[in-house]
Ligand binder design. Structure first.
Ligand SMILES: Nc1ncnc2c1ncn2[C@@H]1O[C@H](COP(=O)(O)OP(=O)(O)OP(=O)(O)O)[C@@H](O)[C@H]1O
Length: 235
């Protein structure tokens, strides 16, 4: 579904990503882990288009994604749930979800999507009329995920959904994501600092350090790798 090859991208003339190769197959759950500043968010921003690629290629369903204007990319089925949630604080939960439904497929499937979002994340139904800025961090994260789902994506990119949340809330969100993935037949690309969870749920993982993929493999391979165990799993 997504093929990233030799991607170089960054800010001004300074490359952050250095010849990155990542493959995500249809229906897969792929995690990208790595230390602060490794370039994980930059990778997501380059896929969704707010950071410009300097060289290399990104293909989505065989199509040259870098030739597609950023505003059109969500219409192809790519949803980016950004780091720090970035909900519209002065809008209600329902209005936030509606904002996500601006794609062609999102508008077409709105009623069905809203029903399913409320089933997956019932707190959003209970809080539908509440201003998003007054929600707890975990609830805001659910709004951000719900807003992404409202666009009817095929690829859901989640940038650190557990950031700033208690372990219990983070676990709840991961559990929900696993159900949503199965029921909506979604492909998921996840960036996470919580490496144990990120690898536990993923089919395949990548370790990104200073803009380069230093390790990749199945979740079993990465969980058994000595470097991963020492550097990221505290073993
Ligand atoms: N807008 C920007 N302008 C210039 N440099 C930036 C900008 N955004 C990020 N960077 C730099 O790019 C590098 C990679 O940042 P990025 O946010 O992609 O890392 P990350 O792996 O997502 O880190 P974290 O886990 O802390 O979110 C860092 O050195 C960062 O300072």
């Amino acid at each position: 579904m997504l093929e990233i090859r030799q991607l170089v991208a960054g800010y001004s003339a300074i490359p952050v990503l250095q010849h990155v190769d990542v493959t995500v197959n249809d229906g897969e759950f792929v995690s990208i882990v790595g230390p602060n500043g490794a370039g994980k968010s930059t990778l997501f921003k380059t896929i969704s288009g707010s950071v410009r690629a300097m060289s290399g290629s990104i293909r989505f369903d065989g199509r040259d994604l870098l030739a597609v204007e950023p505003w059109r990319r969500p219409h192809l089925g790519i949803a980016h749930v950004p780091e720090g949630r970035q909900v519209f604080a002065s809008m209600t939960v329902l209005e936030n979800l509606e904002m996500g439904a601006y794609t062609d497929a999102g508008r077409r499937d709105w009623s069905r999507n809203l029903e399913r979002i409320y089933e997956w994340l019932p707190v959003l139904k209970q809080r539908s009329a509440q201003l998003a800025g007054t929600l707890s961090g975990g609830e805001q994260q659910m709004v951000a995920i719900g807003r992404g789902l409202a666009s009817s994506p095929r690829l859901l990119m989640l940038d650190e959904p557990s950031m700033g949340l208690s372990p219990a809330i983070a676990d709840f969100i991961f559990d929900r994501l696993m159900d949503i993935r199965k029921e909506a037949k979604l492909t998921i690309l996840l960036v996470e600092q919580r490496v144990a969870e990120a690898l536990q749920f993923a089919d395949h993982g990548y370790v990104l350090e200073t803009g380069r993929v230093v390790l990749e493999g199945s979740n079993e391979t990465l969980q058994a790798d000595d470097r991963v165990r020492r550097a990221y799993l505290g073993m």
